[in-house]
Ligand binder design. Structure first.
Ligand code: G
Ligand code: MN
Length: 282
């Protein structure tokens, strides 16, 4: 692996979209610059999409509380490509912000189409306060203020949150518009408890790596319990990520988690299901 290029398994969608690839038997060597032009092409041609994963209440029959919109790029062969494959190559560049704007547009569209929907979107820390991102949200909120009320903005812990004036004014703008703010992947990053006192997030999502296998891992239970205690003190709604089994769901619920997300509750999907409509027909 060099600075210039890296290897990954043959991947038709990118292979189709980018010309000049060196194809070996099982590996495509793609230059960073090629990935960047692939992403730029996807943005320019409306190929940034969302899939939706439900987050349910931990108790009382586990009704869906909201959905998370997860970014994908529609490849030339129609396959949906996960951000893990291209996000690291655009991190910190204008392209990352442009991807966040494209994902936000999709989220706003889904909120307009589905008046019952509450939806979260992810934003890279460096996109906080980006004029295009804020302008996109403001325009939608001007036309239909309820859309902003139904939007949750997820942000991961990172050094950017330590830029107090930038983060403070960004969160204040979001709150003025009526959006909720979630701290994503809590416990995984550069956790600073200072964030809690400073920002008073509405929701905190406990990193999936602490929650997967919770039922059988006493160490994880101690860590999740302490994260839950902190979040409860600050009156934040607590979501456990990566819940894949009934045993882990029960363990998370017993520790005081409010909501569950993971393959047990539902996999990310193009389709959205109105939980209220389901209830009416039940
Ligand atoms: O960082 P963030 O929480 O936004 O990441 C969500 C990612 O986690 C998505 O890409 C999604 O596909 C993945 N994911 C969601 N639920 C599960 C799960 O139960 N197990 C695992 N291993 N991954 C999950
Ligand atoms: Mn997230």
């Amino acid at each position: 692996m060099t600075q210039e290029s890296f290897d990954f398994p043959v991947w038709q969608s990118i292979g189709d979209a980018i010309s000049g690839l060196q194809v070996e038997t099982e590996t495509v060597i793609v230059k960073r610059a090629d990935i960047r032009s692939f992403v730029a092409h996807a943005i320019a041609h409306d190929r940034v999409e969302l899939v939706f994963q439900p987050i349910s209440a931990a108790q009382h029959g586990r009704p869906v509380c909201f959905y998370e919109g997860l970014m994908r790029i529609r490849g030339a062969d129609g396959a949906l490509i996960s951000p893990g494959l291209y996000l690291p190559e655009v991190e910190g560049t204008e392209l990352a912000a442009a991807l966040d704007v494209a994902a936000l547009r999709q989220a706003l569209f889904a909120l307009r189409q589905n008046p019952w929907l509450r939806l979260s979107v992810n934003i890279a820390p460096q996109t906080m306060g980006h004029p295009d991102w804020l302008e996109t949200l403001r325009r939608a909120a001007d036309q239909a203020p309820d859309i902003a009320y139904r939007l949750i903005v997820e942000i991961t812990e990172s050094a950017s949150l330590l830029d107090l004036s930038c983060a403070r004014s960004f969160f204040a703008t979001l709150r003025d518009l009526g959006c909720s703010v979630a701290l994503d992947d809590f416990g995984a990053g550069t956790t600073s408890f200072r964030y809690f006192r400073e920002y008073r997030f509405d929701i905190v999502k406990i990193d999936g790596h602490f929650c997967a296998g919770l039922a059988t891992n006493a160490d994880s239970r101690v860590l999740v319990k302490s994260l839950v205690d902190i979040a409860q003190h600050f009156e934040m709604l607590i979501v456990a990520e990566f819940i894949e089994t009934e045993a882990d769901a029960a363990a998370a619920t017993a520790l005081g988690v409010d909501c569950l997300q993971g393959y047990l509750i539902g996999r990310p999907d193009k389709a959205l299901f109105d939980p209220w409509a389901l209830r009416d027909t039940a």
